[in-house]
Write a protein that binds this ligand. Structure first.
Ligand SMILES: [Zn+2]
Ligand SMILES: [Zn+2]
Length: 309
């Protein structure tokens, strides 16, 4: 299971209906935050993500993406947390992130190791990795891609039975690609096990103009979450402030061939009624949608419908 919860979808400042930027991603028991704007902890309560955060990945140091870190860490401390919480940011972010961790007179009763991630750097976890990539936001900023490991190929049970392989541990070994021996015959995985299948890929740009690095890392992604601060009528402003328009973001999603595109970081002007943004995006990428606070997406495997082994 990968579940993505939009905790905050506003650009620059919160509105009545939209909180500052934050995205929660849950994968098989792991909970990660991507950006942590002011008020993120209340959004986590409201939308039921739980507080078992393992790591926070910050895209850049604009205030609307980081001011929620101090409060969240304080609350976790009051809850008696002891496990370390990893904090990641772009190059040059360590000193500021350290201030956010230490701010106030209370001490946090758990470790918060801070690590800067340059484009290309990767955090490896069991079954997946989080890779930082370059974006175009005029300040030091990165986007993040959650990339699952490849899955084993499909196991052809019928074929295995025909070959006289007894069900049990030999099935498992064959599935992992090891040759097995049955009655003196060596049977290879080829022919019984299909090619390895890709895992899922979820890409979050943070704030950025449309750029080639996003297109590259989002190639065939299951979900792309892209900056969409402005509409077409403010295209010049989007360029000047290193943000994307709905159409620009949608073009990036189309060129990357992503399966699903969701736009976020919506300027206050469109906050109450993002239909203009959605229409402009849909012209480039049918099915594109603008996120709202509390939107939850479950991300299936691309081939999930045809069963799995
Ligand atoms: Zn922002
Ligand atoms: Zn920004």
């Amino acid at each position: 299971m990968i579940r993505v919860t939009f905790l905050g979808t506003a650009a620059s400042r919160p509105t009545v209906g939209r909180n500052a930027a934050a995205l929660a991603v849950q994968r098989e028991g792991d909970l990660m935050l991507f950006d942590c704007g002011e008020g993120t902890q209340r959004q986590m309560m409201r939308y039921g993500t739980g507080f078992g955060v393992e790591a926070i990945f910050v895209t850049h140091l604009h205030a609307d993406h980081i001011l929620g870190i101090t409060g969240l860490l304080r609350t976790l401390g009051l809850q008696g947390r002891e496990e370390a919480l990893e904090l990641y940011g772009p190059p040059g972010s360590r000193a500021t992130l350290d201030v956010l961790v230490r701010l106030g007179s209370e001490r946090i009763p758990f470790q918060v190791p801070i690590r800067e991630l340059a484009p290309g750097d990767v955090v490896t976890r069991a079954g997946y990795r989080v890779a930082a990539f370059a974006v175009d936001h005029g300040v030091r900023a990165v986007g993040y891609a959650l990339i699952e490991d490849d899955r084993l190929g499909r196991f052809d049970v019928e074929r295995a039975r025909e070959l006289g392989i007894p069900e049990g541990p030999l099935f498992g070994r064959l599935h992992r690609g090891e040759p097995v021996e049955v009655d003196g015959r060596v049977i290879h995985a080829t022919g019984v096990v299909g090619p390895r299948r890709p895992g899922r890929r979820v890409v979050y740009t943070g704030d950025t103009r449309p750029c080639a690095d996003t297109r590259e890392i989002a190639r065939a992604a299951d979900l792309l979450v892209h900056d969409c601060t402005f509409g077409e009528e403010e295209a010049d402003r989007a360029r000047e402030t290193y943000h994307a328009t709905a159409a620009g973001a949608a073009r990036t999603g189309r060129e990357a061939g992503v399966r699903r595109l969701v736009l976020t970081h919506v300027s206050a002007r469109y906050a109450d009624d993002p239909r203009t943004l959605e229409d402009e995006a849909a012209a480039e990428f049918p099915g594109a949608r603008v996120a709202h606070d509390g939107l939850v997406l479950e991300i299936p495997f691309a081939d999930q419908d045809d069963g799995s082994a």
